[in-house]
Design a protein around this ligand. Structure first.
Ligand code: ASP
Length: 583
């Protein structure tokens, strides 16, 4: 037997017992006549003691030669500590060691295996297996496992069946870029790794499985801006004979269950907002509603007063930043520079300070009388001490710019409290969006999303105005899930593909299998997928998904531990009928 107990479980009730422990050496403290070792395993830390008066001399010598991260097995007796550590569950006892074996020595680790480590990100990623020994990383992985289990249990209880779908599938032109895998047995041909199991889960509905789910790896070869991973996990789900309402109810139920079990938080019905409303109020389809600062449009109040910037703008829109009239000129200049950075792209920032004493100071005093500014202040419902910030320009550009400013200010003002959870559904997404580069419509969600029945007549005349039965679940400014009611009729699916620019032949070649299946009695169906990594991170009170993935990739999509991607042998290339032309 390697061990009778773990390093996290012994306490005063075990005093006098003979035990065997195994684990890694966290620290050794050699005080001459006494030597202590902190022994660590997944479950905790237990102190071992070697005492000149009570321990065999050879054993003490052996202990003094041990090093950090050696793997050892120690047997001895549980004794009461003379100076207890109340912060440690095992802090009242220690093990007076009687036997010791070194199971494996260790090199000195390249960074300290402590909660606060001296290792930088790159180094910790290279030695991720050492990083995982640290509590903050280990606990996140345990937390992830717990969330996965809750999800599996909940959905299983609701009658969902877990089905695995293939990983080697077919490349499709819609959506993000595919990762592809050459086929040795079919020279010149490639599989693609799934961006999601979308068509397969729909086929499972045609297959009559009724309720499907899977915790599934998905792959998207995108540029890895801000905390994205090329391979990530989804909670992927599909249901038959349902309307949008049934799907929202089911997955609101799942989300509430997780928030209750993990955070002990209870929620009434989640609020809902249409896409149009979210864009108008927050300039964003995943608004963080933990704080206000809703957009206020000032076209009526501020145009036609001779300030050309506003007069020429399609939209003049602002936010009221509470209690920030005290911002100095320097702070306001800095904010102006912030919105003018190329990433945000605003041309300028107008402010109206509504000072505590009731006076008003604005960067556009020249163009507006005090009365006019008062009207603006009233519309914004600003109180003395508040600051109104205004942007202007083309609506589709200004909204995201002001949204970015709103989020930045919330961050600076500490309004994004990770312990506050504010879920909401965004519904009624547009079916299509115009792609300026490709000069055609693309699906806003994906090509299998059903238009709202009442909007179908607009498909021919005003496709841009057609709304979809598509929805996102948003939590604290993050889209954590999204899905739709699907098209299940061959003709409508064909029409949708033709709107997206597919010729009949292309549609047949790419999605013939699905449209064919629709000829054999497809049930009405719909579903959703949650981004599991992000969901777990947010439930864990953080937003960095990398921390919740055992072996994540870096920003260039590399796994620095195994050093992938990598070159392959000439022979492998030959077998695959591939030639590298550029390195
Ligand atoms: N497959 C979709 C996605 O990955 C989700 C869904 O429509 O169920 O975004």
């Amino acid at each position: 037997m390697y061990r009778t107990n773990t390093c996290g479980e012994l306490n005063e009730s075990n005093i006098g017992q003979k035990v065997i422990l195994a684990g890694w050496i966290q620290t050794i403290r050699d005080k001459g006549f006494l030597t202590w070792i902190d022994l660590r395993d997944r479950y905790g830390i237990t102190q071992l003691v070697f005492d000149e008066q009570r321990t065999d001399k050879n054993l003490i010598d052996k202990a003094k030669k041990l090093g950090r991260e050696f793997v050892i097995q120690a047997s001895g007796t549980v004794i009461e500590r003379s100076s207890k550590n109340p912060n440690l569950p095992t802090g009242a006892i220690e093990i007076l060691v009687e036997e010791l074996s070194i199971l494996n020595p260790s090199l000195v680790p390249p960074f300290t295996i402590e909660d606060e480590t001296d290792g930088g990100e790159e180094l910790r990623m290279k030695y991720r297996y050492l990083d995982i020994r640290r509590n903050p990383v280990k606990e996140k992985l345990i937390f992830r496992s717990k969330v996965a289990q809750l999800v599996r249990n909940y959905l299983s209880q609701e009658g969902f069946i877990e089905v695995e779908t293939p990983v080697l599938i077919k490349s499709t032109p819609e959506g993000a870029r595919d990762f592809v895998v050459p086929s040795r047995m079919n020279p010149g041909q490639f599989y693609a790794l799934p961006q999601s199991p979308q068509t397969f889960k729909q086929l499972l509905m045609v297959g009559g499985l009724d309720k499907y789910f899977q915790l599934v790896k998905c792959f998207r070869d995108e540029d890895l801006r801000a905390d994205r991973q090329p391979e990530f996990t989804q909670i992927d789900c599909e249901m038959s004979f349902v309307e949008q309402e049934d799907i929202l109810r089911t997955f609101e139920g799942l989300t509430k269950h997780l928030l209750k079990e993990l955070k002990n938080l209870s929620f009434d019905k989640f609020p809902r907002m249409t896409y149009a409303e979210a864009m108008k109020k927050y300039g964003n389809d995943k608004p963080d509603i933990r704080f206000g600062m809703e957009f206020i449009e000032f076209n009526e109040e501020l145009q036609n007063s001779g300030f050309k910037v506003f007069d020429d703008a399609e939209l003049v829109v602002g936010i009221n930043v509470e209690k920030c009239a005290v911002y100095t000129r320097k702070q306001l200049d800095e904010l102006t520079d912030w919105v003018k950075r190329p990433q945000i792209g605003a041309s300028g920032l107008v402010y109206i300070r509504y000072n505590e004493d009731g006076s008003i100071k604005s960067s556009v005093d020249k163009f507006y009388s005090e009365e006019k500014l008062k009207v603006v202040i009233q519309k914004a419902n600003a109180q003395p001490g508040d600051l109104i910030l205004i942007l202007s320009g083309q609506a589709h550009k200004v909204r995201p710019q002001l949204s970015a400013l709103r989020m930045e200010l919330a961050e600076r003002l500490g309004l994004r409290d990770p312990e506050v959870y504010a879920p909401l559904w965004i519904v009624d997404f547009p079916l299509l969006e115009w792609d300026e580069e490709e000069n055609r419509y693309v699906a806003m969600h994906h090509p299998f999303t059903s238009p709202k029945p009442e909007d179908i007549s607009l498909l021919d005349t005003h496709p841009g105005e057609v709304r979809a039965n598509a929805y996102d679940l948003v939590l604290n400014g993050n889209e954590i899930g999204g899905g739709s009611v699907r098209i299940y009729n061959k003709e409508l699916q064909g029409k949708m593909l033709s709107l997206l620019g597919f010729s009949q032949e292309e549609a047949e070649a790419q999605f013939g299998f699905l449209m064919n299946a629709f000829k054999f009695g497809a049930p009405p169906h719909g579903g959703i997928a949650f981004g599991f990594d992000r969901f777990v991170a947010i439930l864990g009170g953080q937003e960095v998904i990398r921390d919740y993935i055992a072996f994540p990739k870096n920003n260039s999509g590399r796994d620095v531990m195994i050093d992938a991607p990598s070159y392959i042998h000439e022979q492998q290339l030959e077998e695959l009928n591939l030639k590298i032309t550029k390195e």
